[in-house]
Design a protein around this ligand. Structure first.
Ligand SMILES: [Zn+2]
Ligand SMILES: [Zn+2]
Length: 128
């Protein structure tokens, strides 16, 4: 499923739009279903990331997007760059450090945490 950023249509995501999201943090639009925000911590949610170090997706520039916590420390990373990324080991890196993104541990609007609301570090390559 595609991840959209902190914008909906031509404007920034609002609490009103966000209130229409399902527990997965997404909604259906004429262009198709897509995610915006971190999924909710509800019993229906058995696979999606919520306040953890799970792998969420691969962004358009090919870098991985993990949950709010980093597997290298088990805590919220404190060394993220402007894009929410940093270099460290992860549960998938076999001990090697590599660049990856995290969901930034900040509320965007109301109680919503956007999956990715900043600029990519790499070059989008049309992975969609
Ligand atoms: Zn949307
Ligand atoms: Zn990390």
């Amino acid at each position: 499923m595609p991840i959209f950023n902190d914008e909906e249509g031509m404007g920034a995501l609002t609490a009103q739009v966000a209130s229409g999201f399902d527990y997965a943090g997404g909604h259906s639009r004429p262009t198709g279903y897509h995610y915006h925000v971190e999924s909710s911590n509800v019993t229906e949610n058995t696979v999606l990331s919520h306040d953890d170090d799970a792998l969420n997706s691969i962004l358009e520039d090919g870098f991985l997007l993990y949950g709010r916590k980093c597997n290298s420390t088990g805590a919220y990373p404190t060394d993220l760059d402007a894009s929410g990324g940093h270099k460290s080991t992860t549960q998938h890196s076999d001990g090697c450090s590599f660049y990856h993104y995290h969901i930034i541990n900040e509320y965007y609007t109301g109680t919503y945490i956007v999956l990715f609301g900043v600029d990519l570090q790499g070059v989008p390559n049309g992975i969609l």
